[in-house]
Design a protein around this ligand. Structure first.
Ligand SMILES: *[C@@H]1O[C@H](CO)[C@@H](O)[C@H](O)[C@H]1NC(C)=O
Ligand SMILES: *[C@@H]1O[C@H](CO)[C@@H](O)[C@H](O)[C@H]1NC(C)=O
Ligand SMILES: *[C@@H]1O[C@H](CO)[C@@H](O)[C@H](O)[C@H]1NC(C)=O
Ligand SMILES: *[C@@H]1O[C@H](CO)[C@@H](O)[C@H](O)[C@H]1NC(C)=O
Ligand SMILES: *[C@@H]1O[C@H](CO)[C@@H](O)[C@H](O)[C@H]1NC(C)=O
Ligand SMILES: *[C@@H]1O[C@H](CO)[C@@H](O)[C@H](O)[C@H]1NC(C)=O
Ligand SMILES: *[C@@H]1O[C@H](CO)[C@@H](O)[C@H](O)[C@H]1NC(C)=O
Length: 334
């Protein structure tokens, strides 16, 4: 009785073994070309621990830091975050033609320039290289990535001026170039965005020169230019009742203009103008706004703070260090 049953179980195991060979449980979805490129990228980074899951015996659609398109199974995103990963961005990233999102974030040991091969990624919608030590210029070739909706190069060591050609990106929702070492002026072309008008983040650089008059034609939702060396009349950015601007930060520049006659958009939520050379008085129109934040301190403003709206709800530090502003929340006018 015992012998046949053990033969049967051996037969069974053998059958399972062969059926696995005929129908392998491992059927790879990932495209072999993409897999080859990813393994080249891993090698270029010197096989770092953060890419340990990039094992050639495993379907690359199952690897960490990447994802595959649901139907084409082509690699459509590559994201490497918060790691000591040393080295430069390998040019092989340009050989993942179906990438829609590429992100390198919080990699303090990532150095070198933005490789020109990135210009090949014509399907790219989102490009983030932020909080790294990459250096060199903001490349002109980024303007070839017509599908970009989001471009974030903030918090790096980028130098040189802002390429005027970035205004040729027709679908851009947001442009972050803040916290670099960028010099030169804001390109005139930033008043010529033809498709969408992106939210613009250029703060914490060394930008200089006059605010281009052309910017007055644009309706930015958010514009942050604080901590640069910008000069001139910046009121054209946020004046105009027809605009729908919400957040404006122009603090710590060398801006010089008269605030008295400015007509603010009714959508304005936050206005920071501290540390400039702004003169005139606070217009009564400010009382009609549903402001959540206002700071006009350290300027050359004069006259009574208009009564009403949110203006008396702000701390006196929103208004102090001006030439002769007075009235609540500062001391009453003499
Ligand atoms: C970056 O590299 C330096 C020098 O090799 C190393 O000491 C440091 O730990 C690295 N940074 C991180 C976040 O791993
Ligand atoms: C750049 O590297 C330096 C050390 O070389 C480090 O202190 C700094 O945090 C790095 N910058 C970023 C944004 O990671
Ligand atoms: C943008 O992406 C679409 C597919 O999402 C593609 O058909 C088109 O060619 C891309 N645009 C450019 C300029 O390559
Ligand atoms: C930033 O770039 C400058 C000039 O390009 C270079 O001298 C400096 O070492 C870089 N800093 C870091 C932390 O990489
Ligand atoms: C503002 O909008 C109104 C009505 O839509 C229009 O008549 C007026 O010309 C616009 N003003 C400006 C300066 O665009
Ligand atoms: C306004 O800005 C000044 C200068 O940076 C700062 O000292 C003050 O605390 C700010 N006040 C508010 C309410 O933000
Ligand atoms: C601002 O208010 C504080 C108390 O809230 C007061 O001590 C200070 O003197 C005031 N400063 C000015 C410039 O009015």
């Amino acid at each position: 009785m015992e012998a046949p049953s053990s033969i049967l179980s051996i037969l069974c195991i053998t059958l399972i073994f062969f059926s696995n060979l005929v129908h392998p449980t491992f059927s790879e979805l990932c495209n072999p070309k993409d897999k080859k490129v990813l393994l080249q990228i891993k090698r270029a980074f010197n096989n770092p621990y953060v890419l340990a899951s990039w094992n050639p015996d495993i379907d690359c659609c199952d690897w960490y830091c990447v994802s595959c398109h649901l139907t084409t199974h082509r690699i459509n995103s590559l994201t490497i975050l918060s790691d000591g990963l040393p080295g430069q961005i390998p040019s092989e990233v340009g050989d993942l033609p179906y990438l829609e999102s590429l992100e390198f974030h919080k990699l303090p040991n990532l150095t070198g320039p933005i490789p020109p091969a990135i210009a090949k990624l014509q399907n790219l919608k989102s490009l983030t290289i932020s909080w790294t030590n990459i250096s060199g210029y903001v490349p002109d070739f980024l303007s070839q990535l017509k599908n970009l909706t989001f471009l974030d190069l903030a918090f790096n060591n980028l130098t040189g001026s802002i390429p005027a050609s970035l205004s040729l990106l027709p679908n851009l929702d947001a442009l972050h170039l803040d916290r670099n070492k960028l010099t030169g002026s804001i390109p005139d072309s930033f008043g010529e965005f033809r498709g969408k008008v992106p939210s613009l983040y250029l703060s914490h650089n060394q930008l200089s020169g006059n605010i281009p008059v052309s910017l007055g034609k644009m309706n930015f939702d958010v514009i942050e230019l604080q901590r640069n060396k910008l000069e001139g009349d910046a009121s054209l950015i946020f004046s105009g009742k027809n605009k729908t601007t919400q957040f404006v930060d122009l603090s710590r520049n060398l801006l010089e203009f008269d605030l008295s006659e400015v007509e603010f958009p009714s959508t304005l939520v936050s206005l920071d103008l501290n540390h400039n050379k702004i003169k005139g008085s606070l217009p009564v129109g400010l009382t009609a706004l549903n402001l959540q934040f206002l700071n006009v301190s350290y300027n050359r403003l004069c006259g009574q703070i208009p009564m009403g709206g949110k203006l008396q709800s702000f701390d006196n530090s929103s208004y102090f260090h001006n030439r002769c502003l007075c009235g609540a929340p500062l001391e009453s006018c003499k």
